[in-house]
Write a protein that binds this ligand. Structure first.
Ligand code: APR
Ligand code: PHB
Length: 395
C-alpha cells in the first residue's frame, strides 16, 4: 500500500475542501485532498450563487478573487413580489453599505481548481471509497482505493469537507453526535437559460400558486426556480410549462416583457435544514455541507461553508505556528454560533415565502401579515437586509 504523509488530510474537493487547502497552502501548511468524483463532474454541478461581502473578501485574500471581481454582479438590493406587486428592499441603504455579489458557485469551483492546480496542489480525483482511521489518536489516517490499488494518507488532522452525503460525518459514532433536522414539504425546480434576467436584481416571489425566484448568473443568463412537490417528475415540466408558471407567479404586469427561451439545465433541489453537533470528533473537523444544510431561500449554503473554512484554517495556522490548540477546541462552538443564526434566517425566509400545503387558514393569514409587516416596516426590512448580506463575523 502506497503511503504519503501530510499535515491536513482533506476529504472532498467542493468549495469547502478546495478553499481550505488554498488557505492552508497560503499559510505554509501541507494538505492532500481526496475527491470521489472527477474534476469535470465536480466542476459541472450547478449550485447557488449569492456571495456575502465577507465571502468575497476571503476569496480575494486567498488569491482566487480575480475573475469574481471582473464578472461578479454587485447587488445593493433584492425585490420581493407579492400578489403581482414588486417591492424593493434597499439592502445597501438599510445596512449602511453592505451588498451581495452574484457569481455562480460553479465559477468559484473552477477558479479554485485552477489556482490549486497551478500551485501543484495534491488533489486525488476518483478516490473511492475513502475511509477514516485512528481519528481519536494523534496519528489519524485516510485510506482510499484508486485504479484498484490501496493508498494511505497519514496526517495530523482530517478535514471532513465531503458534503451532506459524505463519509466523514457518517464515520462519527452515533452517540457522539446530535442531529437536528427539518425537511420541508416542497422542493425547487430550477432552470438555467440564456435569456436576459427579468430584473437587474433578484426577485423572491410569493404567490397563491407557490414561491418563485428570478435569479441570474450574468446579464445574459437567467437562473429561475419554482416551488414544486418533493417528488415532482421533471418529464412533466417542459420549458413552456415552466415559463408559464413563472409568469403566473410573478404576475402579468411584473413579468411583462420577460424573455423566455430553452433551458440549458433543469433540476430539482430538495429543501432541508440540518445541523450536526459538534462539528468535531477527535482530530476530525467537519466543514460546510458535511456539518449543516440550509434551504436555499436565504442563499446561505456556500457562505456558511466559507465561514467554517476560515475559522478552521485560522485554528490550524495557530496550531502550527504557535502550538496553540484553543482555536481547534473552540472551532465547533465558534462555527455553530454563526450556523444557527443562518439556519434561523433560512428557515424564516423559507416559511415567509412558500406555500405550505398543510398550513391552516389561520397560519396562512399570519404568514400574510408577516409579509405585509416586513414590506411596510423599515425595521422589518433592516432585519432581513442585515441577515441576507451577512451577519458580522464575531457574532
Ligand atoms: N469521498 C471523497 N469525496 C467525497 C465523498 C467521499 N466519500 N463524498 C462526497 N465527496 C465529495 C463530493 O463529490 C463533493 O465534490 O465532497 C465534495 C463536497 O462538496 P459540496 O457538496 O459542494 O460541499 P461543500 O464543499 O461543503 O460546499 C458547500 O455546496 O451544496 C452547496 O449550498 C451548498 O454552496 C454550498 C456548498
Ligand atoms: C441562485 O441564483 O441559484 C440562487 C439565488 C438566491 C437564492 C438561491 C439560489 O436564495
Amino acid at each position: 500500500m502506497g503511503a504519503v504523509r501530510t499535515q491536513v488530510g482533506i476529504v472532498g474537493a467542493g468549495p469547502a475542501g478546495l478553499l481550505l487547502s488554498q488557505l492552508l497552502h497560503n499559510a505554509g501548511i501541507d494538505s492532500v485532498v481526496l475527491e470521489r468524483h472527477s474534476r469535470a463532474y465536480v466542476e459541472g454541478r450547478i449550485r447557488a450563487g449569492v456571495l456575502e461581502q465577507s465571502t468575497v473578501d476571503l476569496l480575494t485574500d486567498a488569491g482566487v478573487g480575480e475573475r469574481l471581481h471582473r464578472e461578479g454582479l454587485v447587488h445593493g438590493g433584492i425585490e420581493i413580489a407579492l400578489d403581482g406587486r414588486r417591492h424593493r428592499i434597499d439592502m445597501k441603504a438599510l445596512t449602511g453599505g453592505s451588498c451581495v455579489t452574484v457569481y455562480g458557485q460553479t465559477q468559484i469551483q473552477k477558479d479554485l481548481f485552477e489556482r490549486r492546480l497551478a500551485d501543484n496542489a495534491k488533489i486525488v480525483f476518483e478516490a473511492a471509497p475513502v475511509s477514516l482511521h485512528d481519528v481519536e489518536s494523534d496519528r489519524p489516517s485516510l485510506r482510499y482505493l484508486r485504479d484498484g490499488a490501496e493508498h494511505r494518507v497519514d496526517c495530523d488532522f482530517i478535514a471532513g469537507c465531503d458534503g451532506f452525503h459524505g463519509i466523514c460525518r457518517a464515520s462519527i459514532p452515533a452517540d457522539r453526535l446530535e442531529l437536528f433536522e427539518r425537511v420541508y414539504p416542497f422542493a425547487w425546480l430550477g432552470i438555467l437559460a440564456d435569456t436576459r434576467p427579468v430584473s437587474d436584481e433578484l426577485i423572491y416571489t410569493s404567490s397563491a400558486r407557490g414561491f418563485a425566484l428570478f435569479s441570474m448568473r450574468s446579464t445574459r443568463v437567467s437562473r429561475l426556480y419554482i416551488q414544486c412537490t418533493p417528488d415532482e417528475d421533471l418529464n412533466e415540466w417542459p420549458d413552456d410549462r415552466i415559463w408559464t408558471e413563472l409568469q403566473r407567479r410573478l404576475g402579468a404586469e411584473a413579468s411583462a416583457g420577460m424573455e423566455t427561451g430553452p433551458s440549458t439545465d433543469k433540476s430539482i433541489t430538495p429543501m432541508r435544514s440540518f445541523v450536526a453537533e459538534p462539528m468535531r470528533w477527535g482530530n476530525l473537523f467537519l466543514a460546510g455541507d458535511a456539518a449543516h444544510i440550509v434551504p436555499p431561500t436565504g442563499a446561505k449554503g456556500l457562505n456558511l461553508a466559507v465561514a467554517d473554512v476560515r475559522v478552521l484554517a485560522e485554528a490550524f495556522d495557530a496550531f502550527y505556528r504557535a502550538g496553540r490548540r484553543d482555536g481547534l477546541d473552540a472551532y465547533s462552538a465558534t462555527c455553530l454560533n454563526r450556523v444557527w443564526k443562518a439556519q434561523r434566517f433560512s428557515w424564516w425566509m423559507t416559511s415567509l415565502l412558500h406555500r405550505f400545503p398543510d398550513r391552516s387558514a389561520f397560519d396562512g393569514r399570519v404568514q400574510r401579515a408577516e409579509l405585509d409587516y416586513v414590506l411596510g416596516s423599515a425595521a422589518g426590512q433592516q432585519a432581513l437586509a442585515e441577515n441576507y448580506t451577512g451577519l458580522p463575523f464575531a457574532g
